[in-house]
Design a protein around this ligand. Structure first.
Ligand code: GLA
Length: 398
């Protein structure tokens, strides 16, 4: 990672502002679920919920962490190396630890977070906090990191400090996204390309996200259990096929030949992942032709695979998907993110998007007596950072 980090463009001390504002978006994944920890493809885009991290110098020799979402602040001595404490600040201190691992010891600061990313909705509130924090700390320390390096640093923070076994997708897209595009990422080598969201007939479609309001957390056990089942299956396949690097290389025929050695669970989890990698590439082809019918079809097939093979859906989400597919203008619908709650992502004709959202909310309330939220989303840019003075000027203009 070090080659992706430079300190060379650090302004001279007298010109280096003391206060910076970093803003990081949320994300929705169009397709490619649970493929990002076995070298597969993902196709997410960034959406306009965001986390803002403001960093300023502290004059008491300490690090201060504050958030608009909690009255509980945290203050820490720069030499403190304590472990996580099960507090919101674990996500930001995990990021700080990664800088310290790289021998970057920031001078004392106050870091304040504000944000509107729905929590526990599978829209990457954690990655948004991590990337905003990382961008703020890096810039405050006079370092410039490429988006790829920031993403890897934040994934490590989450894996090693928070203890949540996530893949790289969320941090990567939050750091590197481009407006009006989805990001096709190969999670084995982190090569990526931007696919336009507005080619041909896709230009008249919208991405509608429906929040079941059933909370999901990847720090909870189900994600880890699935991941272990996948990795057990992958290990068996590698034994049989030594040239296989990971499930990103595997075929369904190879999986069938190994079925007898695997648990039923590992077989089904691997079948989801191998077939999902194929679907991501089909989705790419559909996007490049601007074909919403084909894109919607693959998205809906992906949902069936998550529900039946990966078993990470829940009744509320299945209901949202089934109802969506009955509504006018909907091309495809599926569970997005880690699963076990959270949101669906729907591809919908723009002219129907409002009516679609309202009808979905009505049906959900009728069935579960719960209020689903819906968000009509545009694809936005990844994280940015600028001097606080510049941000204040922008805010006052808008
Ligand atoms: C969560 C994780 C990601 C990815 C998805 C499932 O969002 O953070 O790394 O594994 O679940 O695709």
């Amino acid at each position: 990672m070090s080659s992706l980090v430079t300190g060379s463009d650090r302004p001279t001390a007298s010109h280096h502002p003391e206060a910076w504002v970093a803003i990081a978006p949320a994300r929705v994944n169009l397709i490619g679920e649970h493929t990002d920890y076995t070298g597969g493809y993902v196709l997410p885009m960034a959406i306009s919920f965001s986390t803002t991290a403001t960093i300023t110098a502290a004059n008491d020799g300490k690090y201060h962490f504050k958030t608009s979402m909690s009255a509980e602040e945290r203050t820490m001595d720069p030499h403190d190396r304590s472990e996580r404490i099960g507090h919101w600040s674990d996500y930001v201190i995990g990021v700080l630890r990664q800088f310290q691992t790289l021998n970057i010891e920031p001078t004392p600061f106050v870091l304040e977070l504000r944000g509107d990313v729905p929590l526990g909705a599978g829209l990457s509130s954690s990655a948004s906090v991590e990337i905003a924090t990382a961008q703020a700390i890096a810039t405050f320390s006079g370092k410039s990191f490429m988006a790829e390096a920031l993403a890897v640093l934040c994934q490590r923070a989450e894996n090693q400090y928070v203890g949540s076994p996530c893949g790289i997708m969320d941090q990567f897209v939050v750091a590197a996204a481009r407006a009006q595009h989805a990001l096709l990422l190969n999670t084995r080598d982190l090569t990526y390309e931007f696919l336009p969201m507005n080619r041909a007939a896709l230009a008249s479609c919208r991405i509608v996200v429906a929040n079941s309001m059933m909370k999901h957390s990847i720090a909870d056990g189900d994600y880890g259990i699935r991941r272990r089942e996948v990795e057990a299956g992958q290990a068996i396949m590698r034994n049989t096929y030594p040239n296989l690097r990971d499930l990103g290389d595997a075929t369904l025929t190879q999986l069938e030949s190994c079925r007898g050695w695997m648990t039923k669970e590992s077989y089904h989890r691997c079948r989801h992942i191998i077939s999902e990698n194929g679907r991501v590439l089909e989705a790419k082809a559909a996007m490049m032709c601007g074909d919403p019918v084909q894109l919607g079809k693959v998205m809906t097939l992906a949902h069936a695979s998550e529900r039946d093979d990966f078993e990470c859906s829940i009744d509320e989400i299945d209901f949202l998907v089934e109802t969506a597919l009955e509504l006018p203008g909907c091309y495809g619908a599926r569970l997005t993110g880690g699963g076990f709650g959270g949101c669906t992502v729907n591809l919908v004709e723009a002219v129907e998007a409002e009516r679609f959202s309202q009808a979905l909310q009505r049906a959900y309330r009728g069935r579960f007596n719960l209020s689903a939220e819906t968000y009509i989303c545009a694809a936005v840019d990844g994280a940015t950072v600028r001097p606080a003075s510049e941000q204040t000027a922008r805010d006052s203009q808008s």
